[in-house]
Design a protein around this ligand. Structure first.
Ligand SMILES: [Zn+2]
Length: 88
């Protein structure tokens, strides 16, 4: 990953916010690598949702699974190893 370049301007705002969210989840999760379910403290990005994001490592697929504590918002992140937010 190129650390000197920002995300291109042509990426829509939502996608950039999503990229920011994903990087936060990786950052918080890998700081607490080894914890089974991580309370990242990151606010859910859904409008009017006041939940926070929990995450866990899926070791079989090397993905990070994240989910909101209050709504159905959830997803997985792959390719996080070796990214600039990887603290593990
Ligand atoms: Zn939510």
């Amino acid at each position: 990953m190129d650390e000197t370049r920002d995300l291109p301007e042509r990426i829509p705002k939502e996608a950039r916010e999503m990229a920011g969210f994903i990087s936060l989840v990786i950052d918080e999760s890998t700081t607490r690598f080894g914890v089974s379910v991580i309370d990242t403290g990151i606010r859910c990005f859904r409008k009017k949702c006041f939940g926070t994001i929990n995450s866990e490592f899926l070791f079989e697929t090397d993905e990070i699974y994240w989910s909101c504590t209050k709504c159905q918002n959830a997803g997985t992140i792959s390719g996080w190893q070796g990214s600039r937010w990887d603290n593990s």
